[in-house]
Design a protein around this ligand. Structure first.
Ligand SMILES: NC(=O)c1ccc[n+]([C@@H]2O[C@H](COP(=O)([O-])OP(=O)(O)OC[C@H]3O[C@@H](n4cnc5c(N)ncnc54)[C@H](O)[C@@H]3O)[C@@H](O)[C@H]2O)c1
Length: 392
């Protein structure tokens, strides 16, 4: 066998790029999709000439090896557990689960069954993340002592068609956006061992302003912190200032800066797969290293919500899925793993609980950094998009 047959569960907003990119990766063969709303599954199936099934029918199919869970966070646990129980490998969108114990159950279930469980994000495997990892592992900035990570914007209600879940427990900027930043930091520095945090809700109510949304004008009561600050202490001793907020109109902080014994390094936006790494030798000028020429680094995508002047970005979503399929086929570990997803989930809950109680929280899970993905191996996973591909 040189290919895993893939079934998608959850045919909403993010499914378009997965359905498109799966066609571009080796080791993956798109077979079927399902959604609790049959009409959206039917629409996506029609675009990609695959079968639209009910969730139960998809999980019952012997010819599906790998289930990609693209449902909303509160459904991740139930769908992933059902898929594992049906003997399927699983790759879940982030977070692994809403609840930490549920996340642990998924990891245990997969390991007990000898199945691969993967979890987004996989962005750290893109060219920008690989370049940052190569520079750090090569000693370009010495030992990482400290750093900063900032995701600050004014929320999701102006672009997402159905933004309510972002403002309810299980949503918020930590569970929604911190996975990108935390996975990247763990990939570069190693596991986190302790967090200290504070949080607030800047706006108790949000109004949906997405032009195309049937919910435009509706009010959403905010029930989860939308501004969260933390200090992360890594097992290596590095300390990182960490802020995720949807209460900020404008700011000037880079996504991630790391300060080492020999210099400083700026990591590109971990929500994408490419971008510039900036680096200094001690206190020298910033030197820009562009990852656009590296495998899976060229800008290839733009959001329909972006203004024309915003440049296209590298979006190779499903790279972690292709890495998982390759690992299944070769009997090796994969990188965007359930264990990494569980560690990230524990850090996120510890940040939120620590903010609520005012107490520092020790992190109980740990793991080795994922093995670095060589440029040649990344290139080997990508066969390119068919001419007819559409991400709609
Ligand atoms: N939208 C994005 O840009 C984006 C980016 C990265 C990651 N994600 C992640 O992807 C996931 C999905 O986000 P989205 O924006 O596509 O949400 P969405 O609401 O647009 O789509 C989710 C889909 O899942 C279906 N669904 C929900 N529960 C289900 C169940 N139990 N069984 C079958 N189908 C079910 C819904 O009917 C819906 O079609 C989330 O975990 C989110 O964090 C989204």
């Amino acid at each position: 066998m040189d290919t895993l047959n893939v079934g998608i569960v959850g045919c909403g907003n993010i499914s378009g790029i997965y359905l498109q990119n799966i066609l571009a990766y080796r080791g993956l063969s798109l077979r079927a999709c399902a959604d609790m709303r049959p009409e959206v599954a039917q629409a996506q199936a029609g675009r990609h000439e695959i079968e639209a099934l009910s969730v139960d029918a998809l999980l019952g199919r012997d010819d599906i090896d790998l289930v990609v869970n693209l449902t909303i966070p509160s459904a991740h646990f139930g769908v992933s557990l059902a898929a594992l129980s049906a003997g399927k490998h699983v790759f879940s969108e982030k977070p692994l689960a809403v609840d930490f114990e549920q996340g642990r159950r998924l990891v245990d279930e997969a390991e007990a069954r000898g199945l691969h469980l993967g979890c987004a994000p996989d962005t750290f495997l893109g060219a920008g993340g690989r370049l940052a990892r190569q520079l750090i592992d090569g000693g370009a900035v010495g030992r990482i002592l400290s750093g900063t990570a900032f995701l600050m914007s004014h929320g999701m209600e102006h672009w997402h068609p159905d933004p309510e879940f972002f403002f309810k427990p299980g949503g918020g900027p930590i569970l929604d956006m911190a996975p990108y930043y935390l996975s990247t930091l763990v990939n570069l520095i190693g596991p986190v061992k302790r967090v200290v945090s504070m949080s607030s809700i800047g706006f108790p109510e949000r109004i949906v302003t997405t032009e195309t949304s049937p919910r435009k004008g509706e009010r959403i009561a905010v029930e989860t912190p939308t501004h969260v600050m933390a200090l992360l202490e890594f097992a290596s001793g590095a300390q990182v200032t960490f802020c995720m907020s949807w209460d900020v109109w404008k700011h000037g902080h880079p996504a991630i800066e790391l300060y080492g014994t020999e210099g400083s390094l700026r990591v590109p936006d971990p929500n994408f797969f490419g971008g510039d790494v900036e680096i200094t030798e001690r206190g020298g000028d910033w030197q820009v290293r562009n990852s656009g020429e590296m495998p899976l680094g060229a800008p290839n995508w733009r959001s329909p919500n972006w203004a024309p002047e915003v440049p296209s970005k590298a979006n190779y979503r499903a790279l972690g899925l292709a890495d998982l399929a390759s690992a299944v086929l070769q009997g090796t570990p994969h990188r965007s793993s359930g264990r990494l997803g569980l560690h990230v989930l524990e850090i996120m809950h510890s940040i939120l609980e620590g903010a609520a109680t005012g107490q520092p929280k020790a992190i109980t899970t740990t793991l080795e950094r994922p093995a670095a993905l060589a440029d040649g191996d990344a290139a080997g996973l990508w066969k390119g998009l068919p001419q007819t591909a559409s991400a709609a």
